[in-house]
Design a protein. Structure first.
Length: 412
């Protein structure tokens, strides 16, 4: 029964103007215009409020200063009414005028001081209100940026179906969001095409290799075949097996370059034990001792891919070791919120400048291309891709005396 493909998410609406057109609409609601109107309006409203408050305070201060004069006339004699007003005894006309002027000036100084104090409190209150209102409005204006950032983080987890689909005025932020959505659509198409190519390549490459292996095994099982044909068949079978390993490695490398969407609890100690079991026979054949304590370190990820990390590191540690008295130490632990897998081994001296080349596909120490029976040159490349897909990393360090220390850290 054929399944109907899921409908593709509708593309976001395009801007009503061409961003590449040098002549843009003058009345387009850009962020610059909106912010100019917003903060200009806020400044105008704050100025009007401050002016009104100062006017009210001034009127109140004048009313208080004129309601009670600093002197009074009693039986034809001028007498002070406040402690700040001093009048001379038996003053003449000019002395009285000067004394009254000083009293009025003192009264006005008191009124101005009270006006200044109230105005400062009013300015402080308006400043707090203005900052709070400005903070809220700036958050509202910049909220589309937060939406774009959250979508970008979701896309970083290989969820290319996410779209921003920003609503609102046709401003610079909507232009950015629409451009980002268009880029995601193109990336999703390219990623889907890559997945389809990997699936097709998996089928097209595996099938003839499997057929060749079957035919060779059938001919090798014939006891009456000549010795030369038997030898040729074994050589071709080994070559075919190497090609199968290369194809599997390339396909796994292509898949592991992406983030892991479905995650389950995986204990690195158990993963390391499985890897040790798989290389145990090869290690015994080469006289390599495998040791080390493996403590529990549970991470969220894909158990098959994580097992491939441990297996690849262990295979390299066993195969690139010293001829006699070699050892491989495998440890796991949970430390500082991270799960750590460490594989160290004896072996030839590795220059520090060669470390980065070891993680490149088909690259080995002092050997540019594949050409030995130790592998196809993809083990460390696959291990690094799997570690990155799980949000971790792998670091290689030369070991003193020869060999390497491979450290894999994954978030818990």
């Amino acid at each position: 029964m054929a399944t109907t493909p899921a409908p593709h998410p509708q593309a976001p609406p395009k801007p009503t103007w061409d961003p590449r057109d040098p002549v843009r609409p003058l009345l387009r609601p850009t962020i610059r215009i909106r912010l100019t109107l917003l903060y200009g309006g806020m400044f105008l409203i704050a100025g009007i409020l401050l002016l009104s408050i100062i006017y009210l305070f001034t009127a109140q201060a004048l009313s208080d200063s004129t309601s009670q004069l600093p002197f009074k006339v009693v039986n034809g004699t001028v007498q002070p009414t406040t402690s700040g007003c001093r009048l001379p005894e038996s003053p003449t006309g000019d002395q009285l005028n000067d004394a009254v002027t000083l009293c009025l000036r003192h009264q006005s100084d008191i009124a101005l001081h009270d006006l200044l104090r109230r105005s400062l409190f009013a300015l402080l209150g308006l400043s707090i209100i203005a900052f709070a209102f400005g903070y809220a409005m700036a958050g509202r204006v910049l909220s589309p940026l937060g939406r774009i950032t959250r979508t970008a983080r979701q896309v970083a987890g290989s969820d290319l179906s996410r779209r921003i689909e920003l609503d609102g005025p046709d401003d610079e932020l909507k232009e950015l969001a629409d451009t980002f959505d268009e880029m995601l659509e193109r990336l999703e198409r390219a990623f889907t095409a890559q997945q389809r190519f990997v699936a097709n390549a998996s089928h097209e490459l595996r099938t003839p290799l499997a057929i060749n292996r079957t035919l060779l095994e059938v001919h090798l099982s014939d006891p009456g075949a000549p010795v030369e044909l038997q030898q040729l068949g074994k050589t071709l079978l080994a070559t075919n097996e190497r090609s199968e390993q290369l194809v599997e490695g390339l396909l796994l490398l292509a898949r592991s370059d992406n983030q892991i969407i479905e995650r389950k609890p995986v204990d690195l100690a158990e993963v390391a034990e499985r890897g040790v079991d798989q290389v145990h026979a090869e290690a015994e054949a080469k006289g390599v001792e495998i040791r080390g304590e493996r403590g529990p370190a549970v991470v969220q990820g894909n158990g098959v891919l994580l097992e491939r990390i441990a297996l690849n590191l262990l295979q390299n540690a066993v195969r690139y070791n010293v001829p006699e008295g070699g050892w491989v130490e495998v440890t796991t632990e949970a430390k500082d919120g991270q799960a750590v897998l460490v594989v160290s081994n004896t072996g030839p001296v590795v220059p520090a400048y060669e470390i980065d080349n070891l993680f490149e596909p088909f690259r080995r120490l002092r050997q540019e291309r594949t050409g030995s029976d130790k592998g196809v040159g993809l083990g460390l490349s696959i291990a690094r891709s799997v570690a990155r897909a799980h949000g971790g990393r792998i670091i290689a360090e030369p070991r003193e005396g020869g060999g390497l220390v491979m450290r894999v850290t994954l978030p818990i």
